[in-house]
Design a protein around this ligand. Structure first.
Ligand SMILES: *Cc1c(COP(=O)(O)O)cnc(C)c1O
Length: 405
């Protein structure tokens, strides 16, 4: 089978290519990579390298761009959370590393505010941690004025506490300084899930500026890296303890040459394969992620957003006049992320509701996916992050076919 760079590999494999106007969803393959990111992966694929040395280079790049002390490439933000939980529980203790995920004999509780309990909290538990529900957080639920309070954290911390987990978003972020100030004083690492908090790219640095100890980012979302990549960045000792639990450890102690990030003097011996061995990251992913990260950090956001907005404006014009379907263009400033085009479906006027329209688009011969995040409110969103410009017209044609059927 001969495959070339621009072939439709999915057709060759008997699988449908899909038009993704739903954002960088993992189930649709995440971000699309820019040619220079693809080139980095291809270049990396042809030679051998010491993965520990490559991760040390990754750490220097991630540190320079984020302001963190250190960072490693992971197989995604979820893997970064599992490694963060493992590192917080074990630190440099190789006996604890060997025991995971059975952690009953040592500090293994992770404090998690109720309103931060996303589906991704499972990634913390996967390391063997027990999640401890804390706080009231009426501000998070919209029921009241109070956020997380210092006493709620102080009284929850015990000798079993290994870390505090914080799910960052524009609503929760105001509570991070309180969490950091209480946890820092007690030596409890604060792990921030910032997987999808990019853009804005200022968030690459923001959580470290606010004092987070470890932060997880997705590489396959806005950063535009390989789908199966992510970043775990933060305190050097914790990142190092995560790395040693991710690397292939089938090594001869006499010849093992770990990178500086791994504090060999702090290790009582050479650990065996750790909890993170199943999250091994490839040389291609590391190279691709680093090129994508540089690209993302250096991009001219205003120009990128203006180009996306111009495309969405054109799509909105082409969709004008459909019965029962209105459009609403939101700028990057309004969404806090990238521009979006909302299709507002009036069930009294349209012959189909939002989920019906979405289902019909997805089952077409060339399936089109719009974001269903607000479908329960009668709104489908065209999110342009993973939408190729050459597919814009097909999105319009597909919506028209269903709406006018
Ligand atoms: C996407 C996401 C993750 C998981 O990220 P991956 O890189 O796909 O592993 C974790 N947390 C949140 C909040 C996310 O949106």
């Amino acid at each position: 089978m001969q495959i070339h760079r621009n072939d439709d590999i999915y057709a060759t494999l008997g699988v449908k290519r899909r038009i993704n106007a739903a954002g960088t969803l993992t189930r649709l393959g995440g971000a699309l990579m820019a040619p220079e990111v693809i080139d980095a992966m291809v270049a990396a694929a042809g030679s051998s390298v010491d993965i520990g040395e490559l991760q040390a280079a990754a750490s220097r790049t991630i540190a320079r761009i984020t302001g963190a002390e250190a960072g490693i490439v992971t197989t995604g933000a979820a893997a970064a959370l599992t490694l963060a939980a493992a590192a917080s529980m074990t630190r440099w203790d190789i006996t604890k590393m060997a025991a995971l995920p059975h952690a009953d004999g040592f500090a293994h509780e992770i404090l998690l505010p109720r309103t931060h309990h996303t589906g991704y909290a499972h990634a913390l538990r996967a390391a063997g941690a027990r999640l401890v529900d804390i706080s009231h957080n009426d501000r998070g639920t919209g029921a009241g004025v109070r956020g997380i309070e210092p006493w709620e954290i102080e009284t929850a911390i015990t000798s079993k506490t290994a870390a505090f987990a914080f799910a960052a978003n524009p609503t929760s972020i105001g509570d991070l300084p309180t969490v950091v100030s209480v946890c820092k004083a007690r030596g409890i690492p604060v792990i921030v899930d910032a997987a999808a908090q990019l853009p804005p790219k200022s968030n690459l640095c923001r959580f470290f500026e606010l004092g987070a100890d470890l932060v997880a980012f997705s590489g396959g979302k806005a950063i535009g890296g390989p789908q199966a990549s992510g970043i775990l960045a933060g305190r050097r000792d914790l990142v190092g303890a995560a790395l040693v639990q991710q690397l292939d450890m089938d090594v001869a102690p006499e010849t093992w040459t770990p990178p500086d990030l791994i504090d060999r003097a702090a290790l009582k011996g050479v650990p065996h394969h750790g909890l993170g061995r199943g999250f091994k990251v490839g040389k291609e992913e590391i190279a691709g992620l680093l090129v994508a990260l540089e690209r993302f950090a250096n991009a001219d956001d205003a120009a990128v957003n203006a180009a996306l907005e111009a495309r969405l404006k054109r799509i909105a014009e082409m969709l004008g006049g459909l019965p029962g379907i209105g459009t609403q263009l939101l700028s990057a400033r309004e969404t806090g992320r990238v521009p979006q085009l909302r299709l507002v479906i009036d069930p009294a006027m349209a012959h189909i509701d939002a989920l019906g329209l979405s289902r019909a688009l997805q089952s077409a011969d060339l399936p089109v996916h719009l974001s269903e995040r607000f479908a329960h409110q009668g709104v489908l969103i065209i999110d342009p992050q993973a939408l190729r410009a050459e597919d814009d017209e097909e999105v319009v044609a597909a919506v028209k076919r269903v709406a006018l059927a």
